[in-house]
Ligand binder design. Structure first.
Ligand code: ZN
Length: 205
């Protein structure tokens, strides 16, 4: 599958919408990306996970880990593709102002930890995965977490890279597709200026 085919699949499934959107951050955009819409189909998730793993075929992966919530399904599928454990890191409520599901990316108020009896051994080779990377904040925290166990991060694999600038994770970084999602403050939004009705995706309205 090429990058174009992957983005075509996202559009076909309604995971990549074009229009005028108010994002959970409050910013406006003409594109909306929701990876979970695609990953809800196990056959597609399996296919994407296998494609992602191909980028790291020279590495001996010992464990796969992703940040909650976006990385949970993908970490599981990638782990299945390589026949290893799939873990997820999550923000511990006691380390911040409380657990909130969105937006996890870039939030610093609660620390990323391993819970539920998950552990990583010293020297274990970890592949860090995430569905979508924007700033890479959560992913970097997972990398730090893995390293805190004395384990090695052999790479970072994501389905969609929507970062504005190139991110340095200090490990090989591979994405299946790259998209540019321009965002605007409401007052500067060119779509608002054209009086195009705004929708809030993900909400029932
Ligand atoms: Zn607008």
């Amino acid at each position: 599958m090429t990058e174009k085919e992957i983005l075509g699949l996202f559009e076909k499934q309604g995971a990549l919408l074009k229009g005028h959107f108010k994002l959970s951050s409050g910013l406006h955009s003409e594109k909306y990306l929701q990876c979970a819409i695609v990953l809800q189909y196990p056959d597609i998730a399996e296919k994407l996970a296998k494609l992602l793993v191909k980028n790291f075929s020279k590495e001996k992966i010992g464990v796969v880990i992703g940040p909650a919530l976006g990385g949970i399904t993908l970490a599981y599928e990638v782990a299945r593709a390589v026949g290893k454990r799939g873990l997820f890191a999550e923000r511990h409520p006691s380390t911040g102002s409380g657990w909130r599901p969105e937006p996890a990316e870039g939030r610093q108020d609660a620390k990323m930890v391993l819970r539920r009896g998950f552990s990583i051994s010293k020297g274990e080779k970890a592949l860090v995965v995430e569905d979508v990377v924007t700033t890479g904040g959560s992913t970097k925290e997972v990398i730090d977490l893995v390293k805190s166990f004395g384990a090695d991060v052999i790479g970072v694999g994501v389905i969609i890279d929507r970062s504005a600038a190139k991110i340095d994770f200090g490990a090989p970084f591979k994405s299946l597709a790259k998209i540019n999602v321009e965002t605007f403050e409401e007052k500067d939004c060119p779509l608002c200026k054209k009086n195009i009705p705004v929708t809030k995706p993900g909400s029932r309205r």
